[in-house]
Write a protein that binds this ligand. Structure first.
Ligand code: HEC
Ligand code: HEC
Length: 134
């Protein structure tokens, strides 16, 4: 009898440790991002929002310029979908912009105190989806 009680107690402890572990593993601290191929997988919700707002302003477009509407939730977007071809163009543009900064602009010798102006989407787009000459 005594033995069984003890066994049951040990079992309960193990079970609760497992449960706590599983709960803390499955409750996400932020909405899950599912389809990032350029940005880091662990990017915070705030940084992602900041970058997306930046795209919108730099190109003078709405979010729907690159994202398709949700098929299941009317009135909402499905930002993880790659069905809108502009999204992959934007990915290529992101890679290009990073490469310009890493390989070229970032290599310009400058005094330590001087902050070099990096190239952004707005450098070329200036509020237009297709860059225009002045
Ligand atoms: C110029 C095109 C463009 C615009 C405009 C844009 N996005 Fe995005 N968005 C992207 C690209 C490209 C990705 C994927 C980035 C990657 O693969 O790392 C993305 C990814 C996302 C994701 C992550 C989706 C997932 O689950 O993988 C969210 C959320 C998102 N965008 C929201 C927005 C919102 C909200 C706006 C408007 C404020 C917006 N986007 C405007 C191009 C755009
Ligand atoms: C070095 C200049 C340059 C930079 C930097 C740049 N772009 Fe572009 N982008 C272009 C050019 C040029 C085109 C082609 C325009 C055309 O089709 O006539 C273009 C096209 C696009 C298109 C397709 C537009 C359309 O109407 O089909 C998207 C989307 C886009 N860029 C997003 C971005 C994003 C997002 C960034 C920043 C991550 C960015 N671009 C940075 C030059 C640039």
């Amino acid at each position: 009898m005594h033995f069984h009680k003890r066994k049951f107690f040990v079992f309960t402890v193990i079970l609760s440790v497992l449960t706590i572990g599983i709960i803390s593993f499955t409750i996400p601290t932020q909405p899950k991002l599912r389809n990032l191929k350029v940005l880091p997988q662990n990017i915070s919700h705030d940084s992602l929002e900041h970058i997306m707002d930046g795209f919108k302003a730099a190109l003078g477009v709405k979010c729907s310029f690159c994202h398709v509407p949700s098929k299941t939730q009317p009135g909402r977007m499905d930002p993880a979908s790659d069905e809108n071809p502009k999204k992959d163009i934007a990915r290529a543009m992101m890679r290009m912009t990073m490469e310009i900064n890493e390989k070229y602009v970032g290599q310009i010798p400058h005094a330590d105190s001087v902050q070099i102006q990096m190239v952004t989407c707005a450098t070329c787009h200036r509020g237009k989806s297709k860059p225009e000459l002045q």
